[in-house]
Design a protein around this ligand. Sequence first.
Ligand code: ZN
Ligand code: ZN
Length: 133
Amino acid sequence: MTITGGCHCGAIRYALSAAPTGSMICHCATCRRISGAPIVAWISVDGAAFAITQGTPKHYASSPGISRQFCDACGAKLTYARDDDTTFLDIATATLDEPNAFPPTHHSWLSHDLAWLKFDDGLPSFPKGRYDD
Ligand SMILES: [Zn+2]
Ligand SMILES: [Zn+2]
């Protein structure tokens, strides 16, 4: 299986060789400010299954130990990674060539949610991360 995606301008392209292990929508304030969007949808993948196939993304440390990749030509935000765990990688669902293929299963970080943002999709919602207390 190969799943492909990339940034808006086409400078950065990537490929995934394994199916995602998760799919969610993040409402956290960090994703919001970085993306300029009220929420960001992510798929979780095995970092070893991910490869940049064209271009060289820039990295931004949004928090200690966290690295986000983006295109410095068009500004598209592509990935979220933990420096201490190369098996962990999130990819922005909306940068996939077929984002409809991996619908989200839950919402995370509702504690940061914007007051005017309303969802009625029936999906489970969590005040922080899916697996946080
Ligand atoms: Zn680009
Ligand atoms: Zn987030």
